[in-house]
Design a binder for this molecule. Structure first.
Ligand code: PGA
Length: 249
């Protein structure tokens, strides 16, 4: 039985005051003993959010360096994230891949370092609209996933979460239909099963891309959709609370 997970990816949004208000609303309204709920603020606000998470909300980061420490100006290490109380880190988000040139190989390096540190990776995969229209969805998602599994080993997926995020659905208001999401999630699970059937059954696969308070329940009702990675709607307390409730919190 997989525990549902709902993660809020705040991206480059927020301020001290905004975060105080949002976190107070979330912790007052989310009773997440049966659902893992986490928020992923910009790194500069991780310490502040940690003081506000209470017992029901966990902390995640949006990216991390694959390097341990040293002369890497602007980067943030896994040790630092741990020091601030992070449990999860999002890896290979499509914005990192497309805007900051993160390759499959770099994402694999980050995944390996993350697992070695004890943090839990949320590995993002997903196709562009053009790739979907060319019928290449599974080819692209499979390539992104296998690049990490082949480099890290399937045994490193015990605590990993996979986020299927079709690029055409991110921030666009065009959500994948429940059937589209379920189809790709089942394919992802089948790819993992090629390596290890127990890992395939245990790994959480969450959906991301314009999840909102109205569509969350029908997305999460699918057999292979184990929750969501939520961008825009995670910045609105009522919407994020409703999405967490749709996952069973
Ligand atoms: P969105 O973003 O919910 O705003 O589409 C999702 C994501 O990028 O993780």
């Amino acid at each position: 039985m997989r525990t549902a997970l709902v993660a809020g990816n705040w991206k480059m949004n927020g301020s001290t005051d905004f975060i105080n208000e949002l976190m107070n609303d979330l912790t007052a309204n989310i009773n997440a003993s049966n659902v893992d709920v986490l928020v992923c603020p910009p790194a500069v606000y991780l310490s502040q959010v940690k003081t506000l998470t209470g017992s029901t909300v966990s902390l995640g980061a949006q990216t991390v360096s694959e390097q341990a420490n040293g002369a890497f100006t602007g980067e943030i290490s896994l040790t630092m994230l741990q020091d601030l109380g992070c449990e999860y880190v999002i890896l290979g988000h499509s914005e990192r891949r497309s805007l900051y040139a993160e390759t499959d190989a770099l994402v694999a390096d980050k995944f390996i370092a993350t697992v070695a540190s004890g943090l839990k990776p949320i590995l993002c995969v997903g196709e562009t609209l053009e790739e979907r229209e060319q019928g290449k969805t599974i080819e692209v998602v499979g390539r992104q996933l296998k690049a990490v599994v082949d480099a890290a080993g399937i045994d490193k997926f015990a605590d990993a979460v996979i986020a299927y995020e079709p690029v055409w659905a991110i921030g666009t208001g065009k959500t994948a239909t429940p059937a589209q999401a379920q189809d790709v999630h089942a394919e992802i699970r089948a790819i993992i099963a090629e390596y290890d059937t127990a890992a395939a059954a245990a790994t959480r696969i969450v959906y991301g891309g314009s999840v909102n308070a109205s569509n969350a329940a029908e997305l999460f009702a699918n057999e292979d959709v184990d929750g969501g990675l939520v961008g825009g709607a995670s910045l609105k307390a009522n919407d994020f609370i409703a999405i967490c409730h749709a996952a069973g919190a």
